[in-house]
Design a protein around this ligand. Structure first.
Ligand SMILES: [Ca+2]
Length: 454
């Protein structure tokens, strides 16, 4: 009795102090925004909101996402696990069989983690993880509220508010503005507990539809105008946080879900969306938190989108889920400038079910592959000239320190490096599989509708 009374007092005290001890977390996820698209990453057009966010915080030059397309990248972001591990390596798509792919209800999402610490959790924007699949709706995945579109604008998906249709046919050029308004409204709400806001913009995914206010703004092209609308949204989010007096206790994270389709830029990297070149999976990533993250940091330490799950869990003081292998690592010491060392020894590049490359901090080894090994998106013809090395007859080795553009194959010169990376790949195949084998710690993809095969 006394024990439970003490526990109750402890719990209520915990609720009282939680807002001060646990930061608000705003995660802004761009869509198909390239490594070279922002001013602070060498882009042609200045992006003042994001450039300033980077100057005032931590900018990563080596942040990798776990897939070069939307769905699997988002599954990994939400779970802190490679798409092959969490059962979502194939992107959700508007054909009957792929439409049945959702995130498995047994997977623990970062929203579910943060809810355990009493966070208010909100998703504004693109979910793309199986809205129509029972149990995979954002409200079933840890979010208190949802305002967004499941797929891409123009693909026939309505704008939803929670489980109801808010607008059957919202014009594409209005969406970013609506999302920003909703996000600002949520930030300005009075609440006693900390909040988690996941703002997943559709910019810069096709169709390129900047609002009237931004058309012509860049003086370059419609793509750059669209990126400037994203930049303005980020600036307005930050402004709202500051206006509400929350800057010191709010972590803002910005990153992209995968590399650019035509016409975005991945410069100076090679490749883009749909492929496992650096341009497909290395993305802009900015962390801003005046209370904890020293300003002016630019880091080449290897980090991944999957690191956000354990990072957010640690900041919210929530234990990591038991019996679940995480591929992300808590990177708070990097962000605070207490270390320059990456917590990662290697990274795996999957395209769908196919392990295509593996790297450590310096070297990247690409494996031979055929088109038959590839998911449907890689097989589509199109004008995307960034789809390079879809087929590969011989392995390639690149020195990413000297050659981050992956232009000079040095395979024959470093047999020991090749041997070491091959060992890492062999272990990965046993653990989370490859196109022709199932791993020991791999949730079968499409499990929600197991009768539907690829
Ligand atoms: Ca995308």
């Amino acid at each position: 009795m006394r024990g439970s009374l003490l526990l109750a007092v402890f719990l209520s005290l915990g609720a009282l102090v939680s807002a001060a001890e646990r930061p608000n977390i705003i995660l802004i996820f761009a869509d198909d925004l390239g490594y070279g698209d922002l001013g602070c990453y060498g882009g042609e057009v200045r992006t003042p909101g994001l450039d300033r966010l980077a100057e005032d915080g931590y900018r990563s030059t080596d942040c990798l996402v776990a897939a070069s397309v939307c769905g699997p990248s988002r599954a990994a972001l939400m779970t802190g696990r490679y798409p092959m591990r969490c059962g979502h390596p194939i992107s959700r798509h508007a054909t009957p069989k792929y439409a049945q792919y959702g995130i498995d209800p047994e997977e623990v999402t970062m929203a579910e983690q943060l809810k355990k610490a009493g966070y208010a959790t909100h998703l504004v924007g693109k979910w793309h993880l199986g809205l129509e699949v029972e149990g995979s709706h954002p409200l079933d995945a840890g979010f208190d509220s949802y305002y967004g579109i499941s797929g891409n604008p123009g693909s026939g998906h309505p704008l939803m508010r929670d489980r109801a249709v808010a607008d059957e046919k919202v014009p594409g050029d209005k969406i970013a503005g609506l999302y920003t308004e909703e996000a600002v409204k949520l930030i300005m709400e009075d609440r006693s507990q900390p909040f988690f806001l996941y703002l997943a913009h559709h910019i810069a995914h096709l169709p390129l539809v900047p609002s009237a206010e931004f058309r012509g703004r860049s003086g370059k092209d419609v793509y750059a105008d669209f990126v400037l609308e994203l930049d303005d949204s980020v600036a307005r989010i930050r402004q709202a946080v500051e206006a509400k007096g929350l800057a010191e206790e709010t972590l803002i994270v910005f990153l992209s879900d995968n590399g650019p389709a035509y016409p975005g830029s991945a410069a100076p990297l090679s490749g883009g969306k749909y492929v496992t070149m650096e341009g497909g999976m290395r993305v802009p990533a900015i962390f801003h938190w005046p209370g904890r993250i020293p300003r002016g940091q630019v880091s080449d330490a290897l980090i991944t989108s999957m690191d956000l799950f354990p990072l957010f869990s640690a900041l919210a003081k929530v234990p990591l889920p038991e019996g679940v292998t995480l591929d992300g690592r808590n990177i708070i010491e990097l962000l605070e400038g207490r270390t320059q060392e990456s917590p990662h020894r290697h990274f795996l590049y999957y395209n769908g079910l196919n392990l295509q490359a593996v790297r450590d901090e310096r070297w990247k080894l690409h494996f031979p592959r055929s088109l038959d090994d590839q998911p449907y998106w890689a097989k589509r013809a199109g004008a995307n000239r960034k789809k390079i090395h879809l087929k590969l007859e011989e392995p390639l080795l690149f020195d990413l320190v000297a050659d981050r553009g992956e232009k000079r194959n040095v395979y024959s010169r470093y047999p020991e490096v090749v041997s070491q990376l091959n060992k890492i790949a062999a272990k990965a195949r046993l653990e989370i599989g490859d196109v022709d084998q199932t791993g020991s710690d791999q949730r079968p993809h499409g499990l929600i509708q197991p009768n539907l095969k690829n």
